[in-house]
Each structure stands twice: as C-alpha cells, then as structure tokens.
Design a protein around this ligand. Structure first.
Ligand code: PMP
Length: 419
C-alpha cells in the first residue's frame, strides 16, 4: 500500500505533505554521530520507502521462485510479477511495447549492452562517436573500449562556464562518418539538464542513433521516450527509490532486434545445439541467466510509489529546493558553485576556497550531513573547471528547507575549523 497522499496543505512551498512523505522513509529517522541524518547524496543513491521495502519482503516471503522455467505455482507467480514490473517500466517511460524494456543490472550494464550489442556489430574503422564533456565515466569508457577495438574516433561536445553544452559545436561535429551519439540527460556532477530533444532531432537528420543516459533524469522528471524519439534510454532503480542491482535499457524494438546479444546463456535462446544456437526474441535475447527478479519487482513498486506522488509534483518541489539552496549557499563567502546552468535539477556542486572537498565531507559527516565529495565519476567535467574534486549536495523530494539551512551552518563550521 502506498502511504503517500497528495494534499494541498503544504509546508511552505511544498505541493505535497512533506511530513507524510518523510514518514515513508524509515532511514530518515536515523541518527548519525548523535545528529539526525541529513541525507544529501541522492544523486549517488536515493533512499527506499516502506512500500518498496514491504514489496521486497512480500516477494521473498510468499512469491519467490525462478522465472520462465517451470509450471509450478511459485514460478508462475514470480514470472507474472516480473513481467508486470516490466510493464510498469514501459508505462513509466511511455515505451510503445513492453518488449522494448530490457532489465539489466543498472545504467552501466545497459550502456555496456548497447556498446556490445549495437556498437560492436555496427561501428567500423574510422566511424565517429559523439559524446559530451558532461558524460559520466560509464558513458565514456565503454565507447573508448569500442573505439580502441574498432579504430573508431570519439568526438566530444564542449561545455561553457555555466556547465551547459555548446549546441552549435555539437551540430558542427556531425558528418557522414558520425555513427552514434551518447548523451547524458542530466549531469550528475553539475545538475545541468541538456536539451536532448533538440539534439536527438538533429542526430536523426544524419540517421544517427542516440543513447540517452537518464540515470539522473528519470528520478526527477516525467519521461516520454516516444516524444523524445531517443533510440536508447537507460537508468538504474537505486536512484528512483528502488533496489540496487537492477536498471533498464529502453530501446526501439527495430534496433534491439537488429543487435547481437551481449551475454550468452539460459533464457536468451530458443534452441541450442553444438552446431547452431537460435536466439530468443526481445527482450529475452538480452536477459541471459536468472535476472534480478526480486530487484525488478521492487523496481516496479518504486515506480508505483513515485507515480503516485507524481513526477511533475516531485520536479516542482525539487526546483524550490534548488532555488532555496542556491540562494542560501551563495551567501557564504568563499563558496563557489560549480555548474550554474539555466536548466538544472536539484544538485549543487561547490568548492570552498582553501579547503579540500574531502575535509568538507568529513566535517559535515560529524553533523550527520551526507554529501558526496570527489570527481563524481565525471573527471572531464572536473578538468574543464580545473578542480580536482567538488562537494556535491544532491536533493530528493523528501528533503526540506531546514536541511539546507543545516548544510549552510555546517559549511560555515567547516570554514571556522580550517580557515
Ligand atoms: N550515469 C549517470 C549520469 C550517473 O549518475 C550514474 C550513477 N552515478 C551512472 C551513469 C552509473 O549508474 P550505475 O552505477 O547505477 O550503473
């Protein structure tokens, strides 16, 4: 049962009842170093609400068996629930068909699937792959591996001082050798929301397929892969209140059908002899072996939970957090926000004059405040801004203004300790 109910009665700017939302997340009651936990590391992984935890327990206690392989009761139930989770994801991204949703182990796995399944089959020597400076390492390294293997070339879209993509430069990179585009929807390091619809449309003028890394977008905005017309869209459950170990690859059916399998094994075949193996149809062709059944079903429950609140409500509320946090942190002398794009999700990356980000994270932790410090698996972004690392506060719909005040107070304490 979902316990969140929308109300018009709000905590200042909230469109939903933030106390009731928070009550769904048991972990938010935790004390860390004797202080109430202030969890601002949502871009790395989001917390799990009770209805999702309950769903996992119900699955493990009453529904677990391996899927697709037996006629007994539990196997049929587990198969039904797993298939139902796939349909929930289909609806969530508005895919045309449920067979266009492949369960993977997460964003990284999905990108590697496309690299092996599409890239290794269709990218040839001298072909060009366009990526952007904002990419997470998981949308860089697989393509570098492919480029090395095939003798292909990677072209990179630059960013401006605000952390926004240079769209003119993007368009100039296209030529007859361009064969693939990998594009992050929302930057995990800076929060920049990229104009992907326009960029996809441009790539399609050259008949170039586009993969969107939606790991940081899917938790924060309503998605419609048909309207976007992207060829591939990938994200992980653990950033959407779901479990670790599962994610999806959305792919257009025609492309998925044309691709070669990534992993070989059980379930991805219709027949095997030592002479010849016939592969299964999609989505099974890409789901070799026992999939993350429990995690996928938990993912489905997380989708129900978020849909019940409404991604539009979440986006609107988080924007108010972003505005408040930007204004509050900007008042701190010596603090510089890295990434000031006009279109952002609720992520604030910052540096403090004369203080290493790891020291900031350590002192904030003493006050129970969880932020991430480091390069955020986006070293090209750090290189562009000539910083080795940043501290990053990333907000979710269960965060509140008072936690931003606590963060600001914590940062001032850090400055007192180090300066
Ligand atoms: N892309 C982006 C934009 C991300 O933020 C992340 C997670 N930090 C990933 C890819 C990788 O996701 P995962 O580790 O779940 O595979």
């Amino acid at each position: 049962m979902n316990s969140v109910t929308l109300t018009r009665q709000t905590e200042d700017f909230s469109v939903f009842d933030i106390d009731r939302v928070r009550a769904d997340f048991p972990i938010l009651q935790l004390k860390v170093n004797g202080k109430p936990l202030i969890y601002l590391d949502n871009a790395a992984s989001c917390q799990m609400p009770q209805p999702v935890i309950d769903r996992l327990v119900r699955y493990q206690t009453t529904q677990h068996a391996n899927i697709n392989r037996a006629v007994h009761y539990l196997s049929e139930v587990a198969t039904m629930e797993y298939d139902s989770a796939r349909r929930k994801l289909q609806q969530f991204v508005n895919a045309r068909e449920d067979r266009e949703i492949i369960f993977t182990s997460g964003t990284t796995d999905s990108i590697n699937l496309v690299m092996h399944g599409y890239g290794r089959k269709f990218i040839k020597t001298g072909d060009e792959i366009i990526l952007t400076t904002l990419e997470h390492h998981s949308n860089i390294v697989p393509w570098q591996m492919l480029a090395k293997e095939k003798g292909a070339i990677i072209r990179v879209v630059p960013i401006n001082d605000q952390g926004e993509l240079d769209i003119d430069e993007y368009e100039k990179l296209f030529n007859e050798r361009t064969k693939f585009v990998g594009l992050i929807h929302v930057s995990n390091a800076l929060g920049t929301i990229n104009p992907i619809q326009r960029m996809i449309k441009f790539a399609h003028r050259f008949s170039v397929p586009v993969l969107i890394d939606g790991a940081q977008a899917a938790p924060h905005m309503a998605l419609d892969v048909q309207a976007l017309d992207c060829d591939f869209y990938v994200f992980s459950a653990h950033k959407l209140c779901g479990p670790t170990g599962v994610g999806i690859l959305y792919g257009k059916a025609t492309l998925l059908e044309a691709m070669q399998p990534f992993k070989g094994g059980g379930d991805m075949i219709t027949s095997v002899t030592f002479e010849e193996t016939i592969y299964n149809t999609i989505p099974h062709k890409f789901e070799a072996g026992t999939p993350p059944i429990a995690a996928a079903i938990g993912f489905g429950a997380a989708i129900d939970y978020l849909t019940n609140i409404g991604l539009d409500h979440i986006a609107a509320y988080e924007q108010t957090l972003l505005e408040y946090a930007t204004a509050t942190l900007s008042e701190i002398p010596g603090l510089r926000i890295i990434g000031t794009a006009a279109e952002k999700t609720a992520v604030i990356s910052f540096i403090l004059d004369g203080i290493h980000p790891h020291d900031i994270g350590t002192i904030l932790n003493q006050d129970g405040i969880a932020v991430r410090t480091g390069h955020h698996c986006a070293q090209p972004v750090m290189q562009r801004f000539k910083v080795p690392a940043t501290s990053r506060a990333s907000f979710a719909f269960y965060n509140r203004k008072t936690e931003i005040d606590a963060l600001a107070a914590g940062i001032r304490t850090v400055q007192k300790v180090f300066l």
